[in-house]
Design a protein around this ligand. Structure first.
Ligand SMILES: Cc1cc2nc3c(=O)[nH]c(=O)nc-3n(C[C@H](O)[C@H](O)[C@H](O)COP(=O)(O)O)c2cc1C
Length: 186
């Protein structure tokens, strides 16, 4: 796939089955993430990869977050939380690991850099024939989940990227009119 086709045609895939990327394909995905633009080379990136039973441990954290928020949460709610990370064979938590108080590189810039790393994961997965989808949902912002993942106050959990093999067709890519988004000062 040529680069412009990839940039124009990448799309998200919610239904993902095995196999997940592994070996060289997975390494290529991380290397794409690590090419994110990065002011002052702070490397504000951290990835936590969940596969196999690791996804179940993540689901337990989600259920714990539900329980802490509402000790009366029903078994149905807790079971639904546990199942969420099982929607794909691999989930990568993308964390912006922010270095505080860097002159000229505010927190926002470092979080944006991690966002670009997340996009790199989506693009590199698509380029190699895998499916991926970036999800947050309320668990990405829950302190119980953050603590369970060992994050601290300088970390921002910016998303969970679900990865696997397409369980269907890519949905049609939305077409946008450039003029709706671009203002030109000639
Ligand atoms: C930061 C971020 C968080 C997102 N969180 C969710 C989510 O929790 N659930 C969801 O269905 N889509 C979420 N999305 C949107 C999907 O990843 C996807 O971009 C959207 O469905 C459009 O599909 P496309 O990427 O093929 O254009 C999120 C996107 C971003 C950038």
């Amino acid at each position: 796939m040529d680069a412009m086709t990839l940039l124009h045609k990448r799309s998200s895939m919610g239904k993902l089955g095995a196999p997940a990327p592994k070996g060289e394909a997975l390494e290529a995905i991380y290397q794409a993430a690590l090419r994110a633009p990065d002011h002052k080379e702070l490397r504000p990136w951290h990835f936590i990869e969940f596969t196999g039973e690791g996804r179940e441990r993540l689901g337990e954290l989600y259920a714990e977050a539900e329980f802490q928020a509402d000790p009366d949460a029903s078994d149905t709610v807790l079971a639904a939380a546990r199942k969420k990370p099982l929607r794909a064979p691999m989930v990568i938590a993308v964390v912006a690991r922010v270095t505080p108080d860097v002159p000229g590189v505010p927190r926002l810039e470092q979080v944006l850099s991690a966002g670009c790393a997340g996009h790199g994961i989506l693009l590199a997965a698509h380029a190699q024939g895998f499916g991926a989808m970036w999800r947050t949902g309320r668990y990405a912002f829950d302190p119980v989940v953050h603590k369970g993942l060992g994050l601290d106050e300088n970390d921002e959990l910016i998303g969970f990227v679900y990865l696997g093999t397409l369980g269907g067709r890519h949905k049609p890519v939305a077409e946008h009119d450039t003029a709706d988004f671009v203002e030109r000062w000639d």
